[in-house]
Ligand binder design. Structure first.
Ligand code: ADP
Ligand code: ASP
Ligand code: MG
Length: 409
């Protein structure tokens, strides 16, 4: 007998038929003698609908109240799934995050899990019940409802698996595993049987939303066996996220391509090139709670330099406003930018032992006439910022250039 945590995403519980289908799958696992904890997302589109509702009332909704609103989607699905399980003859009990007591900090809309009380769940499991938990939500020390950030149900699933020392955490979604890149953009993308935690972390942080990055961090930290599978197909093995690279196997140079459309670039031109200037520019940006990603400072001419960086597109207007003030007191010449940028990244642990990966990437993009505006590298990834209109082309040509459409020998 195994204890399994299964997480079903929004599309997988998108309508009553699909919820019944999930109930059937869960019932089958239980009939095989396993204990099952199920984590569900809100029905697809529901969280977006709730956010839009809140924005209709207030352009900048109060974060505590926003969490009260957007956590409701998951409460609906846990109740519906338990009803479906009971209809299928399976004992089941639903829990909100607060009812489990998934304790988080108080950072509304991006709370972090601090502790999980496993007692109620264990009691129900031992009594032969399936336990159904609302993803994406928790409760803080004061009893306030919190949410874990978009895609946060993945993290609920992994965190419950860690807390209950489950044998496996299965993330069921609308694709049958982790692919070399988003299969919706590149039809030739291939499903990976395994991917290392390190690579999955990069893929998630660079824009592949198949797993929320925190869920991967959690699984790595607590050694949770994590697998991504399809909720629509039967019998597949999905993709296993592995701790160790297979030392016996020749690593592919590149394992996957991630991308993010939501980038914007800002340039502060003609700033005096002297100590403290980066701090004077980026300090106020950080104080305004704006995340900065890539940063480039050019060599100076005549004692002044240009300073460029990227931010998330929704933060662009706010950042420009902050920088207009910075301009005034640093004596910078101009602030300008472009909100239609995208970032494309190639990821692979095999890069460590293969030189020439960057030049192949740059040549491939050059051959398509795609201008690279910024570059950043680490040991296992290379990211470039390009005009958004070339994004899909860039992903497709890089996918081909690195042989990702071909099965490894
Ligand atoms: P869920 O609602 O189940 O949480 P998500 O929409 O959050 O599902 O994540 C699944 C989606 O992630 C897929 O439909 C796919 O379009 C996208 N995706 C992006 N990159 C990848 C990748 N490398 N492999 C698989 N899916 C990916
Ligand atoms: N419902 C939440 C969202 O749409 C959480 C999730 O689906 O993982 O972001
Ligand atoms: Mg998701």
């Amino acid at each position: 007998m195994a204890l399994i945590v299964q997480k079903y995403g929004g599309t997988s519980v998108g309508n009553p038929e699909r919820i019944k289908n999930v109930a059937k799958r869960v019932a089958k696992f239980q009939a095989e003698g396993h204990q099952v904890v199920v984590v569900v997302s809100a029905m697809s589109g529901e969280t977006n609908r709730l956010i839009a509702l809140a924005k209709d009332i207030s352009a900048t909704p109060d974060p505590r109240e926003l969490d009260v609103v957007i956590s409701t989607g998951e409460q609906v699905t846990i109740g519906l799934l338990c009803m479906a399980l009971k209809e299928a003859g399976v004992e089941a009990r639903s829990y909100t995050g607060a009812q489990v007591r998934i304790l988080t900090d108080s950072s509304f809309t991006k709370a972090r899990i601090l502790d999980i009380d496993g007692e109620n769940m264990r009691r129900d499991l031992d009594a032969g019940s399936v336990v159904v938990v609302a993803g994406f939500q928790g409760v803080d020390e004061q009893g306030n409802i919190t949410t874990l950030g978009r895609g946060g149900s993945d993290t609920t699933g992994v965190a419950l698996a860690a807390a209950l020392k489950a044998d496996e955490c299965q993330i069921y979604t609308d694709v049958d595993g982790v692919y070399t890149t988003d299969p919706r953009i590149v039809p030739e993308a291939r499903k990976l049987d395994t991917i290392t935690f390190e690579e999955m972390l990069e893929m998630a942080s660079l824009g592949s939303k198949v797993l929320q990055i925190r869920s991967v961090e959690f699984a790595g930290k607590y050694k949770v066996k994590l697998r991504v599978l399809s909720s629509f197909e039967d019998g597949g093995e999905g993709t296993l996220i592995t701790v160790e690279e297979d030392k016996n196997m020749e690593q592919p140079i590149i394992s996957g391509i991630a991308f993010n459309r939501d980038e914007a670039k800002i340039t502060v031109q003609g700033v005096p090139d002297k100590p403290g200037i980066a701090y004077q520019i980026l300090g106020p940006v950080a104080d305004a709670n704006i995340d900065v990603d890539m940063i480039i400072q050019n060599v100076s001419h005549d004692g002044t330099t240009d300073f460029s960086f990227t931010v998330n597109r929704p933060d662009y207007d706010k950042a420009i406003k902050v920088l207009e003030q910075v301009k005034a007191h640093t004596g910078a010449r101009e602030v300008n930018g472009d909100r239609t940028m995208a970032k494309v990244s190639i990821v692979g642990v095999g890069m460590r032992s293969h030189p020439g990966v960057a030049s192949r990437m740059f040549r491939t993009l050059a051959e398509e006439g795609i201008n690279i505006q910024m570059i950043s590298t680490s040991e296992i990834k290379i990211s470039v910022v390009i005009d958004e209109k070339y994004l899909e082309l860039a992903v497709r040509v890089l996918h081909r250039a690195f042989g990702l459409d071909q099965a490894p020998a």
